[in-house]
Design a binder for this molecule. Structure first.
Ligand SMILES: [Zn+2]
Length: 201
């Protein structure tokens, strides 16, 4: 059983858990495994404001899934923002083109906003669609996420972590390995659908 070293983060007394090393966190295979730290960030909000904590989760992955550990998932807000930025770029492009006299299409000019939003949304959606996991994999992005962090009111020590798993076998192994910690309420494992990011803090 590997001791979890998560960096300079304070934990409540008795807090102890480990990540399983028996199968790949992303695809569940039991071959060619290696342990790699996954850089995982989570913002928490205490009395005086928010802090972002960085955890190095020692996950076990196969060679094929190793790159996914570096792909931090995008939230829906991120995706919308990217879509809007692409739309704005398209609108700017149309305007510059129209202004230079190369564009003799009143339809484009009249429906600039709508066309830009549609084109921007479509292009962004295509871009996100390309980021699909390989057939065996459960996620293109990081296979384990921190869904919730409970911190003690007074000193901010971590009292509980809810982990979201993209692969059921790895989640099951985690639950089995950490029965005591789950019972004590230190950790909890929940299923995460592919690439989904829980928006709750
Ligand atoms: Zn794998």
């Amino acid at each position: 059983m590997h001791q979890v070293s998560l960096g300079a983060v304070k934990f409540a007394e008795g807090f102890d858990f480990a990540f399983p090393t028996t199968c790949c966190a992303n695809c569940g295979t039991r071959e060619a495994l290696r342990q790699q730290p996954q850089d995982t960030r989570k913002s928490t909000y205490l009395l005086v404001g928010g802090t972002e904590l960085t955890f190095k989760l020692p996950l076990t992955v196969c060679v094929d899934c190793e790159p996914s550990l570096k792909r931090r998932p995008l939230t829906l807000a991120n995706k919308v923002l990217i879509g809007l930025m692409v739309s704005a770029a398209i609108a700017t492009g149309i305007l510059i083109f129209a202004d230079s006299g190369n564009l003799e299409m009143p339809f484009l000019a009249d429906n600039l906003l709508l066309i830009s939003l549609l084109a921007g949304g479509g292009l962004s959606a295509l871009y996100f669609l390309r980021h699909r996991p390989q057939p065996r994999q459960s996620s293109y992005y990081q296979p384990v996420l921190i869904q919730r962090l409970n911190r003690r009111f007074l000193d901010g020590a971590i009292e509980g972590i809810v982990f979201a798993f993209t692969h059921p076998a790895y989640q099951e192994a985690f639950e089995q390995l950490n029965r005591a910690a789950v019972q004590a309420g230190f950790v909890k494992a929940v299923a995460s659908s592919t690439g989904r990011v829980p928006s709750s803090a």
